[in-house]
Design a protein around this ligand. Sequence first.
Ligand code: UDP
Length: 323
Amino acid sequence: MRILITGGAGFIGSHLAEHLLGKGDHVTVVDDFSTGRMENIHGLMSNPRFTLVRDTILNEKLMHILIEKCDLIYHLAAAVGVKLIIEKPVHTISTNIAGTEVMLDIANKFNRKIIIMSSSEVYGKNVRVPFCENDDRLMGATIYSRWSYACSKAIDEFLGLAYHRQYGLPVIIVRLFNTVGPRQVGQYGMVIPRFVQQALAGETITVYGDGMQSRCFTYVSDVVGALVALMQSDKAVGEVFNIGSQEEITIIDLARKIKSKTGSSSPIEKIPYSQAYEKGFDDMLRRVPSIEKIHNAIGYTPKYSLDQILDSVIDYYRSIGGR
Ligand code: UDP
């Protein structure tokens, strides 16, 4: 198969590209390297079935050419990371909405099957866990940039489902829950790479708020396996799926676990949200996915525990010298 991955030089995209090349597919990655990195795909460059196109998905002429030449599309290109979203709110909204619009419009011209990455952020501040795909969403006020990401992803979902309903385009929507693994960087805010880097460097481990907020972390290869299986499933078309793990941990316990696993002497410090992000920042207190729907569709259950995930991320950061 000829596969197009937008955002394929990013953390998840590069793992997906590697997996698909391993299966014998031809993979074209389009990435503008805003958050993607050459190091992520360095090992793929010599593969004759791999093509890298360095450009933005907003380049419609180019996307026309790339989409016409492919069979299937994984659309991962997006502005991500809470820190980046707050620092660059205009970039976030336009990349996420206009980018997906371009992809859907052209995919529709050539009737190409497309998976669109959405996010657990779309559930917002809902505290009724686990989150089911058809649950109501509870968004914060528009004065807080954080919610622009959730809303931009929700618009992507609406658009994808609309193309499916109105034109019969084969679209699948997935909501990712805190995907982690080697190659993820901490600079855009993601907590596990940040804590691991801080712990290995002997720096203060920065827990935001009181640390009682919790998350469930999913290993990147579980996500990649789920994406590929959904792409192959006819039943998945026109549907929305959570992809995540149900092993919940509070952020303060996560900090303690990483400190102990790395044998670090780093102090753990609580930092108010207003100092870490923006004044009035709203966090999501709990975020646990229901994985019943995806389990019923493709037999998905996450294979990696949090301990295995942390060991892998710690090994990765040690192998590259802690940074
Ligand atoms: N967090 C933290 N310290 C950091 C980075 C993040 O305490 O240095 C917290 C953050 O406030 C959130 C959780 O860790 O409650 C997960 O943050 P991340 O940005 O990784 O993902 P989110 O689930 O917020 O999208």
